[in-house]
Ligand binder design. Structure first.
Ligand code: PMP
Ligand code: GLN
Length: 455
């Protein structure tokens, strides 16, 4: 677009509109533009809304999930080395389905973890973050009229992605057990009812989405829970899209079990991972899908006709970083061994601070999130205007961002519409933050909790 020198993009758009340019921003034109049905009802996005709010009000930001500490030196150096390469190929297009050095090491790395040999060319697809891997799963494998089972609470994009593929999401909640005298509950207390789960499998079910460790709850599904899900997948001949982006972030001796490694599951599972989460570099947007060739081939079709491939230098850097980690897998010096130890301390720091002010945390077994119950929070909160449209937790977080300068994410955003009102008393915090940031959040909460009503 040719822009007048000195004009911002917004002003330029306004100028063009005034001059009668046929822009879609023009009201007259808007009515003539009919959107595609696939974008109907999926236009709202929690991240777009709350990232903007957190930035507008200059908050202590425990909202969107990303570390505010740097990736480790060996990871940053891998990127610098990659882009410093004189080998021009690093700066050009690479293989569509994954840069050869990256698919090679991903196959080696996860082959070891899954206990099976992976073919780099047919069992690995490199994507623009785990987001694109998820999108390719739904677009490549879900058809009009297919049902996809989603476990609530769920990472928000599953629902719109299923709908955009023409599928129907079918929800099953994790139900919290009562605390039975304990002051603090754990994400492990949130469980599926096996009968309720089995009842969700119908003739139209195509797939189930599993997310362990789970965002936003932090639940790490136990082997027994995964065996239940796997058994149902096999019995009903269903696919499993297993989002394992937080696979390294497990605490208190919990173990991450890969559902694809359970009997009968490899052939029906797409396992999704993220270099962003693995190496604390969410902005790199490198992810992958692992699975059998006859499933991945359909993901490749979506990928080659949309994104084609992701940035070569970023893939090269991730390949180098994974190579380093492969050499020291499970050893104390491994970043993937050290990171959860550091994060567990941060989790406990936030748990203590929230408990002290009556925001009851549900202790997460994994991820870098925790959810906290705000219903007994010991601080004055004004009567937030009732709304049939907007759940209480969302109004609470917006008020907190604007008036207290502390950002979180309302947990109702991770629920389907009928359930939102039943889960509107929890808010999610991200604790992958420098201790100074966590302390700043603690100060805000403490001062707030010591205020008298009306202050
Ligand atoms: N799945 C889950 C559960 C997530 O929390 C996220 C958030 N980043 C993603 C997928 C997307 O990961 P990426 O940033 O690699 O696209
Ligand atoms: N996965 C991150 C979270 O849950 C970020 C998601 C996003 O920005 N779209 O906070």
């Amino acid at each position: 677009m040719l822009r007048r020198p000195g004009l911002s993009l917004t002003r330029e758009l306004l100028r063009r509109n005034n001059l009668g340019f046929p822009l879609c921003y023009s009201k007259a034109k808007m009515s003539a533009v009919s959107k595609a049905r696939r974008v109907e009802g999926v236009d709202k996005n929690i991240w777009v809304e709350f990232v903007k709010l957190a930035a507008t009000y200059k908050t202590v930001n425990l909202g969107q999930g990303f570390p505010n500490f740097p990736p480790p030196d060996f990871v940053r150096e891998a990127f610098v080395e990659a882009i410093s390469e004189k080998d021009t190929l690093i700066h050009q297009y690479t293989r569509a389905f994954g840069h050869p050095p990256l698919v090679t090491i991903v196959a080696k790395f996860f082959g070891k973890l899954l206990g099976r040999e992976l073919d780099p060319l047919s069992n690995v697809l490199v994507t623009v973050g785990a987001y694109e891997a998820l999108f390719c799963c739904f677009q490549g494998l879900v058809d009009d009229g297919d049902e996809v089972i989603i476990i609530e609470p769920y990472f928000d994009c599953y629902e719109p992605m299923v709908k955009m593929a023409g599928g129907t999401p079918v929800f099953i909640p994790l139900r919290p057990k009562s605390a039975e005298g304990r002051t603090l509950t754990s994400s492990g207390d949130w469980q599926l009812d096996p009968e309720e789960l089995e009842a969700k499998f119908t003739k139209r079910t195509k797939a189930i989405v599993l997310n362990s460790p789970n965002n936003p709850l932090g639940k790490v599904f136990s082997r027994k829970e995964l065996e239940l899900i796997a058994g149902l997948c096999v019995k009903h001949n269903i696919l499993c899209f297993s989002d394992e982006v937080y696979e390294w972030l497990v605490y208190d001796g919990n173990k991450h079990v890969r559902i694809a490694s359970l009997p009968g599951m490899w052939d029906r599972t797409v396992t999704i991972g993220s270099a962003g989460k693995t190496f604390s570099a969410t902005g790199w947007k490198v992810g992958w899908a692992l699975g059998p060739d006859d499933l991945l081939t359909h993901l490749r079709t979506v990928h080659q006709n949309s994104v084609y491939h992701c940035a070569t230098a970023a893939q090269e850097a991730v390949a180098r970083a994974l190579q380093t980690e492969f050499q020291r897998m499970e050893k104390p010096e491994s970043y993937l061994v050290q990171l959860p130890k550091e994060l567990q301390q941060k989790r406990d720091r936030l748990v203590n601070c929230l408990s002290a002010v009556g925001m009851k945390p549900v202790i997460p077994e994994g991820t870098y999130f925790l959810i906290a119950d705000i219903s007994e929070f010991k601080a004055p909160v004004p009567d937030l205007q009732k709304s049939d449209e907007e759940p209480y937790d969302s109004r609470f977080v917006k008020w907190m961002i604007k008036n207290k300068g502390l950002a979180a994410i309302p947990v109702s955003a991770f629920y389907s519409t009928p359930q939102k009102k039943n889960f509107d008393r929890f808010i999610r915090f991200c604790f992958a933050k420098e201790n100074a940031t966590l302390d700043a959040a603690a100060d805000i909460l403490q001062q707030w909790s010591q205020m008298k009503p009306g202050q």
